[in-house]
Write a protein that binds this ligand. Sequence first.
Ligand code: URA
Length: 209
Amino acid sequence: MQQDVTVIEHPLVSTLLSRLRARDTTPGSFRRHLHEISRLIAFEATRGLGTRKIEVETPVATADGTELLRPVVLVPILRAGLGMLNGIVDILPDAQVGHIGMARNEDTHLPETYYCNLPTDIATADVLLIDPMLATGHSSAAAADQLKARGAKNLRFVCLVTCPEGVAHFSERHPDIPIVTAAIDERLDENAYIVPGLGDAGDRYFGTL
Ligand code: URA
């Protein structure tokens, strides 16, 4: 199956991403810009959500209306995924939020889940898995495994920046999950950082540099 990858092309998205990339962007501005761009990315990531027709009583008459077919569940991968959450909740205020914590096992070098708290109705929801940097793709793919093991069927992966290696690994493991991103950068470096990227998104967002 050909992977469904959407790279958002929009002047507001590319302007905000440039500010996030700049090394001299202060932690306060980084936070604000990440909230703003996450809102725009979520707008694009939710474009194809299923809807159904409803009737709405306006103060004047009955109008044809629309509502989402399924509840929406947001699942940030800890910790950096939290940086995108507030912006996404801005446009999906009724969404439920689950959390998945992934850490690298220093012996096997594979990602392991240290925390997983998901809403019970994940199987009937539209699920957005959130991580700003799709780098090696290992932890994102493992998180998607967890969601599928809990019955999630309608999944999308939302990120800020990825690279060919990340897309290749994730799409090999989960060819059915569309990816929505603001950029596909050049490559990964020897420390698994995206080049040119923006550095460590979690550290920049939480001010732990
Ligand atoms: N995680 C980050 O925060 N940045 C990268 O470049 C790669 C992984």
